[in-house]
Design a binder for this molecule. Sequence first.
Ligand SMILES: Cc1cc2nc3c(=O)[nH]c(=O)nc-3n(C[C@H](O)[C@H](O)[C@H](O)COP(=O)(O)O)c2cc1C
Length: 323
Amino acid sequence: MIRTRFTEMFGVQHPVVQGGMQWVGRAELTSAVANAGALGFLTALTQPTPEALAGEIARCREMTDKPFGVNLTLLPTLIPRNYDAYIDAIIDSGVKIVETAGRSPVPYLPKFKAAGVRVIHKCTSVRHGLSAEKAGVDCISMDGFECAGHPGEDDIPNLVLLPAAANVIKIPMIASGGFADARGLVAALALGCDGMNMGTRFMATKEAPIHDKVKEAIVASDERSTALILRSLRNTARVFGNSVARRAIEMEHEGKGIAEIGPVVAGSRGRLVYETGDVEHGIWSAGTSMGLIGDIPSCKELVERIVSEAEALIKGRLAGMAA
Ligand SMILES: Cc1cc2nc3c(=O)[nH]c(=O)nc-3n(C[C@H](O)[C@H](O)[C@H](O)COP(=O)(O)O)c2cc1C
């Protein structure tokens, strides 16, 4: 067992988190993560309506009696979302843990606080972590440049970002981006964090509700297989480095704007990747941690392996060095 401020605060067995993942964070994966003793998050905006989210929460409850949370991503979307209605669905369903990301969660904190919901805010810089802490969130998930999805525009990898954040942030902190194994967990703890968050690693698990060909593509890829798109629009996303990503980057170099690039990088095309297994069909998020992923275990096998190897590493190799 590895006990940290995170496991204490959220009442989970292991200091391991499965962060929100658009189209991937559904009940099958989140319940499997919860049953493995880690903390999983359903992804609110994967559900088309707040009512559908309430249904997905109920479905997840049927599959686990362990704690799980809901990710609420506050990024601009093509279809405007009624965040307040999604928040009501979360609160009315009795969910007590929320992961916010994308923008400041401050306007929504009073509602969460009043309902006794604990908020983990995911951000990509020390200054945003500090503001979120000051505003009253319970925990920070700090996403370094390695991560899948939106790493921000500062390009600071976790070897510097995490200890810099730990120097000033007092509340529990989760390390995110580039983590996939026991060595990552031990490093996260050594760098001043209370646990680690993984996205890409959890995609390549048996329970992830995506096509096997996508999981196999992750296993076959390495740490150089991602691409950074939308840098020119200051909305950088780290995605799987396929022909669509290369085309988007080409268009950026040609000086094209969101009106032209938008349809190429549309989420609806990415969604079909997960359904059909055609990894070239659209843009889909994936991180540099692909270089560390070599199999497709169950969530239980993965979490148990990570925790037991981390314990062995701490008690064996590291303790031996300090002796
Ligand atoms: C397929 C995929 C979709 C994601 N979608 C979201 C999202 O909707 N909201 C969010 O806050 N983070 C999203 N993320 C980011 C993850 O929650 C997590 O921060 C990130 O994957 C960590 O980096 P890693 O992939 O190296 O573990 C996504 C990641 C992946 C791989």
